[in-house]
Design a binder for this molecule. Sequence first.
Ligand code: SF4
Ligand code: SF4
Length: 163
Amino acid sequence: MPQHNVLDLLADMASGAKSIVDGMRITLHSLVFHEKVTDQYPHRNPDDNYQPGPGYRGMLGLITDPETGQLNCTACGQCQKVCPDNCIAVEGEGKGKERKPVRFTIDMAKCMYCGLCAEVCPFDALTMTPKYTGSVERIEDLIWDLDRLRAEAEGMPHISQVE
Ligand code: SF4
Ligand code: SF4
């Protein structure tokens, strides 16, 4: 091997070793002197008082009319049609103003929180809430039915209230 190639190789090795030492120095400095900024989520919540900012698009919920106690949803199916991830399934019964959903599911495991379903809804029936934690042990538990979706929206600000 020509001498200049050997010198290049040694220079590369020295440079590589210096990079490793520099990296380890920074890592050790952070470990010893910096305050920890991570948490063992979901086993420990980062901050019990944490609230996402206004307009945050979190988990979905179905809105109940406070006067009638009925869901605003008329099972028109527009949210189902617009959802790019095919998460929503709606079945309704009745005609005109009497039409109501008898089955409404959203697969939150597939949802990408785009908000199109809530935006397209003509009856202010579907909203995204500030709820940001949704981890579960079994993925099937992320298929939310009508009762679950109704409960999720209760007491939560709706998208239309925070924009
Ligand atoms: S937020 Fe987007 S992906 Fe999620 S259910 Fe609505 S339309 Fe589908
Ligand atoms: S949530 Fe809105 S868009 Fe979806 S079926 Fe009900 S009324 Fe229609």
